[in-house]
Design a protein around this ligand. Structure first.
Ligand code: GLV
Ligand code: MN
Ligand code: MN
Length: 369
């Protein structure tokens, strides 16, 4: 509601689309095709106040500044708050931007959260219309280019003293759910050699996955979510449901790595005499940032220290980049901390980022005219 009101105040016409994305739009003088900027306002549990939010608020600030100075663009400008960019309770991430690109699969839409609600029902509850999401909500001929401002979520910019980053590409991400099912037994009376301990299997897998990723330059892998049942101190764990993800800029190597990771899970299950089920929850292709958008960002960043770097974090730009030329601008964040309440960038760093975003919008409007 607050964001909706702010968009109206910036002179934008506001709509919620079938993907429950909130869109503020101003028309251009020559073309109805839109330059798009934005990000997301959802956060991970225990996350900070900058991841995603910076991109939405800076987009709003850019629109307000254009209105204040009565600047007309050739193209329409859309400011977008994409629905649920972070991994949702339904498994998939980048829900709103996937709905634009048409990459929300039937399986993703049918996936349920902990209380049995499907993702489709949740999108409808947020004001969208999941029935429309079988095909892309947006087409390439409606969009000119996409640029997203975000905190770096790493420490490269800070370590070299750069003011902004010009993103070269974003890693591919594969995410899986594994369920190890053993047998819940009395922790005092069940001999060690007679147990089917699901948590021991899951732990072996977690450690082996980490060891495997350490041997691979350019690949990271994480077990970030784990539910143990029955989760009692005096019961041998009967089942563990976990998610693991792996990321790399190199898709072919990532595929091979994920195949080996599933093999590690099967080995761990066999060793502990537990059953294993695995499901691929999502896959996101990497983004190679568009050369023209990158050039526009570098032009916009004249006078400040701008460094080219890749992104290990996922972003809505990966999905929108399937539809139109896309790129990203990063600002440094303290100690590279993110997905944590310690996430922080100084007001001065944020102002530089917002200024570069505005300059990039103006430059893209000129370049793509
Ligand atoms: C998004 O924040 C991600 O990189 O998972
Ligand atoms: Mn995030
Ligand atoms: Mn983000």
């Amino acid at each position: 509601m607050w964001l909706n009101a702010q968009m109206l105040e910036a002179g934008l016409s506001v709509a919620l689309d079938a993907g429950a994305n909130l869109i503020g739009r101003r028309e251009g003088t020559r073309s109805s095709r839109a330059l798009v900027t934005g990000s997301h306002i959802d956060t991970v549990v225990g996350g900070g106040r900058f991841d995603g939010i910076l991109g939405v608020l800076s987009a709003l600030e850019a629109a307000q500044t254009l209105a204040d100075h009565d600047v007309q663009l050739h193209h329409a400008l859309e400011i977008v708050d994409f629905l649920s960019e972070e991994p949702s309770d339904y498994g998939a991430s980048c829900i709103g931007s996937r709905s634009w690109a048409g990459t929300l699969s039937g399986a993703m839409l049918k996936a349920t959260n902990g209380v049995g609600e499907t993702l489709s029902a949740a999108i409808d509850r947020m004001g969208g219309d999941a029935l429309q999401l079988g095909t892309p909500l947006r087409s390439s001929d409606q969009l000119v280019a996409y640029v997203e401002l975000h905190i770096e979520q790493g420490r490269v910019l800070e370590s070299v003293g750069a003011d902004v980053g010009e993103v070269t590409g974003i890693v591919a991400i594969q995410r899986f759910e594994l369920v190890f099912t053993g047998r819940a037994d009395h922790a005092g009376t069940t001999p060690m050699l007679m147990r089917s301990d699901a948590l021991v299997a899951a732990s072996r897998f977690t450690a082996n996955l980490s060891d495997a990723a350490r041997l691979e330059a350019g690949i990271v892998a994480t077990v970030g979510r784990l539910a143990v049942a029955p989760n009692n101190s005096n019961v041998v764990p009967g089942s563990v449901r976990l998610t693991f993800e792996a990321r790399s800029l190199e898709v072919a190597r990532l595929e091979v790595f994920c195949g080996s990771a599933l093999e590690l899970a099967r080995d761990a299950a066999r060793l502990e005499s537990v059953r294993l089920e695995s499901t691929q929850v999502s896959t996101a292709a990497p983004l190679i940032a568009d050369a023209r958008v990158r050039a526009a960002i570098r032009h916009a960043a004249q006078g400040v220290h701008c460094l080219a770097l890749p992104s290990g974090a996922g972003h809505d730009a990966m999905q929108v980049g399937r539809l139109c030329p896309a790129g990203m601008i990063f600002v440094p964040c303290e100690g590279g901390r993110s997905h944590s309440q310690d996430e922080f960038s100084t007001p001065a760093q944020l102002v530089i980022g917002a200024q570069v975003l505005l300059n990039t919008i103006l430059e893209l409007d000129r370049v793509f005219a």
